[in-house]
Design a protein around this ligand. Structure first.
Ligand code: ADP
Ligand code: G6P
Length: 355
């Protein structure tokens, strides 16, 4: 058998509101790590967990302390910390990080009830995704890397309409009402977590079409914190410079409204950051190689790996724009971080046993 050392598991936090692309991001991430993650075999069919060879993704909704009825009775939303058990979340993430399996509860999204727990073994990479991965300071301190998906209200609205109206038969008014009802708690408990994120993917309406309100063409920013150990931000052309780039022309086919990249240093909350921005969308995904070849520090293992990943998952939402591109890049950066941490442990075995 394999002897596990304490602290083998690296922990990644992914925060976002529900319906904001977390599952899509997870599929891109686990694909970069080399294998699709699937629900645990033979367990509760309503489990929210995904497992691959390297990675286990747990959904933080499983730490709801109040079920759907409980929330109704108490008059709190799922976003409210009072509906969530942060003590248990901390204990279990800590145990997994230290190499110990846990019996994690399951929040059943179909019934709205808490189901009997499932056994989670410590993986190489543990991803905790949901509404509050960076809310509790103790849990936050366990994260080796954190990401926040920041979807602007206009875009969130467009995505919700697409899904809830088309697929679930909700009315425009009821979608508006449900977003409005969540907003105060979202602003109080979810949104502030972005200040702690090592990387933020911000999704905004395009600036290429005047007064656009369709939400189809997107302007996406990848905000990367400076000075994070094992994470060196991606850059365009010249690290630290401020760049604006319209790649359309001889090498890249662009139809209206075109594509525009921007790159440069900035500050975000109290942190120094590098920001890479893409507005617009690709007409031909294979031509992404032209853009990829102009980016540096992308942590690919071979020329064209980003383009290959994007082509492989061309059917995922956001594959023709900055959301898919930046999710893929963050996946590569996390793989790199994992490999660096693993290598540093292998070269310092004495300290690992002392700890
Ligand atoms: P979550 O796991 O956070 O609930 P999903 O990844 O399941 O979110 O995405 C929810 C819905 O939002 C998708 O079905 C799709 O309609 C829309 N969506 C997500 N990401 C994108 C994207 N990058 N571009 C366009 N639509 C998206
Ligand atoms: C959020 C949470 C879910 C919850 C949903 C609806 O999206 O992530 O866990 O089920 O809100 O909450 P409700 O109280 O209406 O069941």
């Amino acid at each position: 058998g394999v002897i596990r050392c304490a602290g083998d598991t690296i922990v990644i936090g992914l925060a976002a509101d529900s319906g904001c692309g977390k599952s899509t991001f997870m599929r891109r991430l686990t694909s970069v790590f080399g294998g699709a993650a699937e629900p645990p075999k033979g367990g509760n069919p309503d489990s929210n967990t995904l497992i691959s060879d390297t990675t286990t993704v747990i959904c933080l909704d499983d730490y709801h302390s109040l079920d759907r009825t409980g929330r109704k009775v108490e008059g709190v939303t799922a976003l409210d910390p009072r509906a969530n058990n942060f003590d248990l979340m901390y204990e279990q993430v800590k145990a997994l990080k230290d190499g110990t399996a846990v019996q994690k509860p399951i929040y059943n999204h179909v019934s709205g009830l808490l189901d009997p727990p499932e056994l989670i073994k410590p993986p190489k990479i543990l991803v905790i995704e949901g509404l509050h991965p960076m809310y509790d300071e103790r849990v936050r301190d366990l994260l080796d890397f954190s990401i926040y998906l920041d979807i602007s209200d206009d875009v969130k609205f467009a995505w919700k309409i697409q899904r809830d109206m088309a697929e679930r038969g909700h009315s425009l008014e009821s979608i508006k009402a449900s977003i409005e009802a969540r907003k105060p708690d979202f602003d109080a408990y979810i949104d502030p977590q972005k200040q702690y994120a090592d990387a933020v993917i911000e999704v905004l309406p395009t600036q290429l079409i005047p007064d656009d309100n369709e939400g189809k063409v997107l302007r996406v920013k990848l905000i990367m914190k400076e000075g994070v150990k094992y994470f060196s931000p991606v850059y365009l052309f010249d690290e630290g410079s401020t760049i604006s780039w319209i790649p359309c022309g001889r090498k890249l086919t662009c139809s209206y409204p075109g594509i525009k990249f921007a790159y440069g240093p900035d500050s975000y909350y109290d942190n120094e950051v590098s920001v890479l921005e893409m507005d617009g969308q690709f007409d031909r995904l294979d031509e992404l190689i032209y853009v990829e070849s102009h980016l540096s520090n992308i942590s690919t293992k071979f020329y064209g790996e980003i383009t290959q990943q994007m082509l492989k998952h061309a059917d995922f939402p956001g594959s023709n724009n900055g959301t898919g591109l930046f999710q893929t890049i963050v996946g590569l950066k996390i793989r790199d971080l994992f490999e660096q941490i693993t290598a540093s442990r292998a070269s310092a075995p004495l300290e690992a046993t002392k700890a």
